[in-house]
Design a protein around this ligand. Structure first.
Ligand SMILES: [Fe+2]
Length: 475
């Protein structure tokens, strides 16, 4: 990183920086260092001198690339990244960004025709083979059981018929509102007078998907292992503190695990569901977060921890959710980095896409056969659609922004989700999908819904191979 860029990054964060710190960042060569320094500064610091940079003196004398250099690099979802826009047009721009980005991912596989050229009167493409890329407006089933999907591109709307007798019809039944698909098929013959039928008979369809050529690149740097967990729910009377203590002890005995990623719902929150106060042992949000900070302080000191928010945390519910604010970090140590939901963190060049997973509720509702018992299927659905929360207007509120932050722009090495409290690990086209369990025993809501959670489990991934092991700390 060039020195000028280093100074600029500090300025962007509202900080002046001492030349020695600039040299230190420049020499370290690790791009995560600068973000680590900014995120770990004590309150009220406006000038960053060597004194504020923990471990800097030791690092400069022994030249070891340890300590701060191992701070995860936040590639997306850094503090302040998602700012709500009041401009109502921003919603349109966000969906246009979704269409353009996902359409671009599919253009190697088909050449789309503008829908307007297919639907205009006298279209020369009537009764011909065509390709289109569109965002799904609506889905329905015809009287004969075929799937009718209306799609739109920036030029118009058209209906696509998926014949129930064709191979691959089961995938067509999983087409979701607001996802972007590519279709190859035949435009129906024109009606009398050259009027377009406005219908495509689909032969095949595509999703942006993970390329078949995707492979995992082993990391650079020291060997590292990361523990993935989610949904700690501190403050609830079902939080499994004894199990957490066993996990903490295990972490002390396994120093090779040097990262801990927590994917939201670190606290149970306040007023999240009716009569929640009757199920809380810690009745204020500040004290709940204080307790989380204390529990994390009991973890080994070498550990780097990343915390993202979930729908129980004290932040805006609309996604992307901002980082857990400063006012709740009173007891957290400097080895904890806070990210938005979703976020991409890189540890020695291995990228993990962290997403709490609120949209899993919506995807289970819309994908035939999907269930809470198999969140792995939902992670696969997200990767295929290259989108974390494709369906708009259901239970997952989405923030209006110029860019669609829920797009999976870059193929991650690991997709880390949570929310449903059931652990499952998949490998889809070389991407490791980990839905972490919970640190809460079965809740009254889960009892009503007949959901059996996976409590007190950590999934530990070896970043040099992406191999993993599950460890249970329930007893
Ligand atoms: Fe949760």
């Amino acid at each position: 990183m060039q020195k000028r860029a280093i100074v600029q990054r500090f300025l962007d964060a509202g900080l002046l920086v001492h030349p020695e710190v600039v040299n230190y960042v420049s020499e370290s060569g690790a791009s995560g260092v600068i973000e680590g320094i900014i995120s770990s500064l004590p309150h009220g610091v406006t000038v960053v001198t060597p004194k504020e940079v923990a471990g800097m003196t030791a690092l400069r004398t022994d030249k070891l690339d340890v300590g701060l250099a191992s701070i995860p690099e936040i590639l997306a979802g850094r503090e302040g990244a998602s700012i709500p826009l009041s401009d109502p047009e921003s919603s349109y721009r966000m969906f246009r960004n979704r269409y353009d980005t996902l359409a671009q991912m599919m253009k190697g596989r088909l050449t789309p025709y503008p829908i307007e050229a297919l639907t205009r009167s006298g279209s020369k493409y009537a009764d011909s083979d065509i390709g289109v890329i569109g965002m799904v407006v609506s889905t329905s089933t015809s009287g004969k059981g075929h799937r009718i999907v209306e799609i739109e591109d920036p030029t118009g709307f058209i209906k696509v018929l998926f014949n129930k007798n064709r191979e691959g019809f089961d995938e067509a039944e999983k087409i979701l509102p607001d996802e972007v698909i590519g279709v190859k098929g035949k435009l129906a013959p024109a009606q009398p007078g050259g009027i377009s039928s406005g219908m495509v008979f689909a032969d095949t369809f595509f999703r942006p998907d993970i390329p078949l050529t995707h492979t995992f690149s082993p990391p650079r740097g020291e060997p590292a292992k990361v523990a993935l967990i989610s949904d700690v729910h501190v403050g609830s009377n079902t939080f499994l503190e004894d199990s957490w203590d066993r996990f903490t002890e295990w972490m002390h005995n396994h120093p090779e695990v040097n990262y801990l990623l927590i994917d939201g719902d670190v606290v149970d929150g306040i007023g999240i569901y009716p009569n929640q106060d009757q199920e809380l042992t810690i009745k204020t949000i500040y004290e709940q977060y204080d307790r989380v900070g204390e529990l994390l302080s009991g973890m080994p000191k070498h550990l780097q921890i990343v915390v993202a928010p979930g729908n129980h945390d004290a932040v805006r519910g609309a996604e992307p959710q901002p980082v857990i604010p400063d006012e709740f970090r009173r007891t957290f140590h400097k080895n904890v980095s806070f990210v938005e939901n979703p976020a991409v963190v890189s540890i020695q060049s291995v990228s993990t896409l962290m997403y709490h997973g609120r949209s899993i509720d919506d995807l289970i509702k819309f994908i035939p056969g999907a269930s809470y018992e198999h969140p792995g299927e939902i992670m696969k659905a997200m990767l295929q659609r290259r989108h974390l929360s494709p369906i708009y207007g259901q239970r997952t509120p989405l923030l209006s922004m110029d860019q669609d932050s829920m797009i999976i722009r870059r193929v991650p090495d690991i997709l880390h989700t949570g929310h449903v409290h059931i652990s499952e690990v998949i490998n889809y086209r070389g991407v490791l999908g980990v839905n972490a369990g919970t640190w809460q025993s079965q809740t009254s809501f889960q009892k009503q819904m007949n959901i059996s959670p996976t409590p007190a489990e950590a999934v530990v991934v070896d970043l040099s191979t992406l191999s993993y092991e599950k460890y249970c700390f329930l007893k």
